[in-house]
Design a protein around this ligand. Structure first.
Ligand code: F0G
Length: 356
């Protein structure tokens, strides 16, 4: 009877923890790497989806949060704070419960998905809606952490990045080597930074022990067109996109995202909301994987690159899909026909189902 122990226990020797670190975990990580048949056919490549919506609170944030909350607890913090477009706050709220801490949350007013708000509420976080965007929330959270007894658990806290890099370890462990290309949505740019760190550390370690050295992938990041500061080369004052998770105009990890892009020989591009929603529907209807809209930016980006002839066939490609579709189901329901009502009658049901 062995179950996955969570990212700290599974990768303890590669993370900044000691024997004295209290491990606060919901057994995050160990998420499925799912072969994507339709995407593979479309690109002529071997495409896999790293399904991060399978984490305990439904997003990749749990990998970083187990580290951030464990270390905050070790340092004696009684309260944590984060700014969030929804997923960080859902994760912080849950892990704070496990640690017996107060969780304070700052979200942009009216701009986070209902499921994520529900998570923060049900886990008992103290939530403020800020009359501003995510970037304003993050500035406010930093100021509060500087001046009050509360630990900041956004990805500007470096231990968050440490936890999130474990996703790259898992991919190399499962594939036996790094993929040729890794594709990610980019918001605050912590995750692309974390994956690059993870791939680099694994490559360095395997080069050292004489075994065949694992390579590093090219990193391809995609922002939403209305919120694409890295693509534009300047902050976006009023970021817009239906993918609220990545509605960010001034990413905190901007420079390290550019470093990941440049050191890997990759690129950071944009996808429109229309392309995001098309990929969102393709993933659900043709791959059986239900993600939230922001997550589909990676797949939308891969399809855009393929159409532009940037994807040579025969490569191994991993797309991270970052969050669970149940967090923001409005987009699944919107525009879909309302299921018809039938009496309790097999003939009527069979007819309506097209079985006769
Ligand atoms: N996908 C989802 C589902 C996210 O929630 C986020 C970020 C990203 C992608 C982008 O990752 O910021 O590391 O580049 N969500 C943060 C939050 C901002 O507050 O939950 P990133």
């Amino acid at each position: 009877t062995h179950q996955w122990r969570g990212v700290i226990e599974e990768y303890r020797d590669r993370l900044p923890v000691t024997d004295d670190t209290p491990v606060v975990t919901l057994r995050e990580g160990g998420t499925p790497l799912v072969p994507a048949q339709v995407l593979s056919e479309r690109t002529g490549c071997e495409v896999h989806l790293k399904v991060e919506g399978a984490n305990p609170t439904g997003s990749f944030k749990d990998r970083g949060m187990t580290m951030a909350i464990s270390r905050a607890k070790q340092e004696g913090a009684q309260a944590v704070i984060c700014a969030s477009t929804g997923n960080t706050s859902a994760s912080a709220a849950a892990y704070a419960v496990r640690a017996g801490m107060v969780c304070a949350v700052l979200v942009p007013q009216g701009k986070i998905a209902l499921g994520k708000m529900g998570q923060a509420l049900v886990h008992g976080a103290r939530i403020l809606q800020v009359d501003g965007n995510f970037d304003d929330c993050l500035a406010l959270a930093r100021g509060l952490a500087d001046n009050y007894p509360v630990a900041l658990v956004n990805s500007v806290n470096p231990v968050r990045i440490e936890g999130q890099k474990t996703a790259a370890f898992e991919i190399v462990d499962m594939l036996g080597d790094a993929p040729d290309i890794h594709v990610l949505p980019v918001g605050n740019a912590g995750n692309i930074t974390a994956y690059w760190k993870g791939y680099t550390e694994y490559a360095d370690a395997s080069a050292g022990d004489g075994a065949h050295a694992s390579r590093r992938p090219r990193m391809w990041g995609f922002q939403a067109s209305g919120s694409a500061p890295i693509v534009r080369g300047e902050p976006v004052k009023d970021p817009r996109t239906i993918a609220t998770a990545i509605r960010i105009g001034n990413p905190a990890s901007w420079e390290s995202a550019e470093a990941a892009r440049d050191e890997s020989g990759g690129f950071i591009d944009e996808v429109t909301d229309r392309q995001i929603l098309a990929a969102y529907r393709l993933l659900a209807a043709q791959e059986g994987v239900f993600v939230e809209p922001a997550s589909a930016a990676s797949v939308a980006g891969l399809l855009k690159a393929a159409e532009q002839g940037k994807v040579d066939p025969g490569q191994k490609i991993v797309c991270t899909v970052t969050g669970n579709g149940l967090k923001d189901p409005d987009w699944a329901v919107q525009g879909a026909p309302q299921p018809v009502v039938v009496p309790v009658d097999a003939d009527a049901a069979a007819e309506r189902l097209g079985l006769v």
